[in-house]
Write a protein that binds this ligand. Structure first.
Ligand code: NAD
Length: 481
């Protein structure tokens, strides 16, 4: 199924598409062939200010923050139904915008996250009487206020990691998608309109980083939830410190797949490859470091190299494609630059290592395995954001593997593999990352997700994901009330 090029006009502000204040436009480019698949207006600081004003008004004047949680949950279900009906179109737009393989794009709209938060609304204790030391208090979960949701370009579900929990909490929001991937959010705006979301509760302005900074700096915004690079996250956090703005950060990663010396490679290597090459390697959770015991190093390198070398690379609209193009020339050049850097540092290219032959248009890098990498090399320490896997040998048993896995500025995800699950669990407990899977590579929206160290602050998903948008209020009660 294909859809027409989309040229969108206006920004979704206060319940309708509003005229942009500027006259420039931004082309949305398909990374597979560099052809434009649509365009949107170029946002200005005035557009962003109008969106913040609408969100502030909708929060301060209601009704959204004061509706019953059950009503907000119903709205989440209605949005999920509306998006579900347009799933094929949303998947097409995702692939058109960022080159995500179409089979993955169908699974990455985050509709299940809307349903999850609709379901848990009834289990949340929104208000309870609690006995303190001196008397009785009413402890309430109230919304944090106006939330700015800043989303990167790599997956549409990243918006759904924030929006459902923010709405269930009773927040009003300004969503700032990347200008590279705005088109799917226009479908969301139409669905919000269809389901009767009150004006101003959700406002959407796709904008560049400079106009995004206006959202961060606006004192009418109570909280920023950001997903993206650690560099940008650091800047956003510093900006918010001035007014003690609330912040959640979901940042980069350099996660390890830790193979213990008895690891079942027939299961571990395919799952590690899938985890490393997920979304063309453009995933914060990518298993981009493979830690292999010296005794099995050659076997791991050879098997993984052969598997990665035979991955289907090609048109992301093709159902059989596993690895498509990178987002843009900058991401391609960055990946190729890291491969060259790895070689200069002493790494050996086992498979891949360059542009995809025959692809003259678009931003293509072969899935790549680098061997003879040591954990202190830059390719082992820095986020490349492409399907480039570093295989690193370790000597000295499980303790050495744990130390190497933890020798990173990041701490987002990971996997541990052993024929003995108890042994792998023991190692998993010692790994300093927000998520780690024993004998697998699993993500579960019903459980908290987020980073240790420079991978971020705060959690998404699970009950903890709702907490990110909650301020606790305590009302001390007089005797008899
Ligand atoms: P980025 O962090 O610069 O941008 C991500 C989003 O944040 C975009 O919407 C951008 O417009 C916005 N943004 C950036 N700076 C901002 C600011 N100061 N104020 C408000 N909004 C701001 O990421 P990028 O430049 O698109 O990619 C660079 C690298 O970041 C990638 O190579 C990758 O390593 C990493 N990255 C990580 C993730 C992730 O999921 N953790 C996502 C995207 C990029």
């Amino acid at each position: 199924m294909t859809f027409d090029r989309r040229d969108r006009h206006g920004f979704f502000i206060d319940g309708a598409l509003r005229e942009p204040t500027g006259s420039e436009r931004v082309e949305v480019i398909h990374p597979g062939n560099e052809e434009a698949v649509g365009s949107i207006p170029k946002a200005t600081p005035d557009d962003m200010a109008a969106a913040v004003a609408a969100a502030r008004r909708a929060f301060d004047e209601g009704p959204w923050p004061h509706t019953a949680p059950a009503e907000r949950a119903e709205m989440l279900s209605a949005i999920a139904d509306g998006l579900e009906k347009r799933l094929e179109e949303l998947a097409w737009l995702s692939t058109a915008q960022n080159g995500m393989p179409i089979t993955l794009a169908r699974q990455s709209q985050g509709i299940e996250i809307l349903r999850y938060y609709a379901d848990i609304a009834r289990d949340v204790v929104w208000e309870e009487r609690r006995q303190g030391l001196a008397g009785t208090g009413l402890v309430r979960r109230t919304p944090v206020g106006v939330a700015g949701l800043i989303i990167p370009w790599n997956a549409p579900s990243l918006l759904m990691n924030k929006l459902p929990s923010a709405l269930l909490a009773g927040c009003t929001v300004v969503v700032k998608p990347s200008p590279e991937t705005p088109l799917d959010t226009y479908v969301l705006a139409e669905v919000l309109d269809d389901v009767g979301m009150p004006p101003g509760v959700v406002n959407i302005v796709a904008a560049d980083a400079e106009v995004g900074q206006c959202l961060v700096d606006d004192p009418r915004v109570d909280k920023i939830s950001f997903t993206g690079s650690t560099v940008a996250g650091r800047k956003i956090m510093a900006g918010l410190a001035e007014r003690i703005g609330r912040v959640s950060l979901e940042l980069g990663g350099k996660s390890a797949s830790v193979l213990l010396d008895d690891a079942p490679l027939e299961a571990a290597l395919p799952a590690t490859m899938a985890g490393a090459c997920l979304n063309n390697g453009q995933a914060c959770i990518a298993l981009s470091r493979v830690l292999a015991p010296r005794s099995r190093y050659d076997e791991v390198v050879e098997t993984l190299g052969a598997m990665v070398g035979s991955l289907p690379v090609g048109d992301p609209f093709d159902e059989s494609t596993f690895v498509g193009p990178l987002l843009n020339a900058r991401q391609r050049d960055r990946a190729l630059g890291y491969i060259e850097l790895g070689k200069a540092e002493g790494a050996r290219v086992v498979t891949g290592g360059g542009p995809v032959p025959g692809r003259d248009r678009g931003f293509w890098v072969q899935p790549t395995v680098l061997a003879d990498v040591s954990n202190d090399m830059r390719v082992a320490q820095e986020e490349i954001f492409a399907a480039v896997i570093s295989v690193i040998p370790y000597d000295g048993g499980d303790d050495a593997a744990v130390a190497m896995a933890n020798d990173s500025q990041y701490g987002l995800s990971g996997a541990v593999w052993s024929a003995d699950p108890e042994r792998a669990l023991d190692v998993a407990r010692r790994i300093r990352t927000g998520t780690v899977t024993v004998n697998g590579f699993t993500y579960d929206v019903g459980l908290p997700f987020g980073g240790f160290k420079q991978s971020g602050i705060g959690r998404e998903w699970g009950l903890e994901g709702l907490e990110a948008y909650i301020e606790y209020q305590t009302i001390n009660l007089p005797d008899g009330l």
